[in-house]
Design a protein around this ligand. Structure first.
Ligand code: THU
Length: 134
């Protein structure tokens, strides 16, 4: 699985975006240590504030299937003019799954002409996570 493959999976997932209110289709793809990929896309609601982000949907899918770690990389795609970075809530949601497996995943923030590669710990320094409750 190359970065380009993971980005392609995120783009494909964005094709299922339900975003009639923002018209901003986001796709995400999570790559795990065993090579598996779980995708997500944003799902909006007539009650606007209830929108679910693509990354949160992907993490929810994975965790509902029993995944509890091994998160190595995440690709996020969007229609904007700049590389799209996960929102604050999604950073925290990604951090939960990452910390469970002790990884610091690479986040591929995809834009129309460049891919910004950044570690989750750079996007969410000093994160509050599962170990913080010990
Ligand atoms: N969105 C995501 O899916 N992920 C992010 O990290 C940022 C924002 C979605 C939420 C909403 O459906 C749309 O993009 C516009 O904010």
């Amino acid at each position: 699985m190359t970065d380009e493959d993971l980005i392609a999976a995120a783009r494909e997932a964005a094709g299922n975006s339900y975003s009639p209110y923002s018209n901003f289709a986001v796709g995400s793809a999570l790559l795990f240590a065993d090579g598996s990929v779980v995708t997500g896309t944003n799902i909006e609601n007539a009650s606007y504030g209830l929108a679910l982000c693509a990354e949160t949907v992907a993490v929810s899918k994975a965790m509902a299937d029993g995944v509890r770690g091994g998160l190595e990389a995440v690709a996020v795609t969007g229609p904007g003019n700049d590389p799209i970075t996960p929102c604050g809530r999604c950073r925290q949601v990604l951090n939960e799954l990452a910390q469970l497996g002790g990884t610091d995943p690479l986040i591929l923030c995809v834009g129309p002409s460049e891919v910004r590669r950044v570690k989750l710990s750079e996007l969410l320094p000093d994160a509050f996570g599962p170990a913080s409750l010990d």
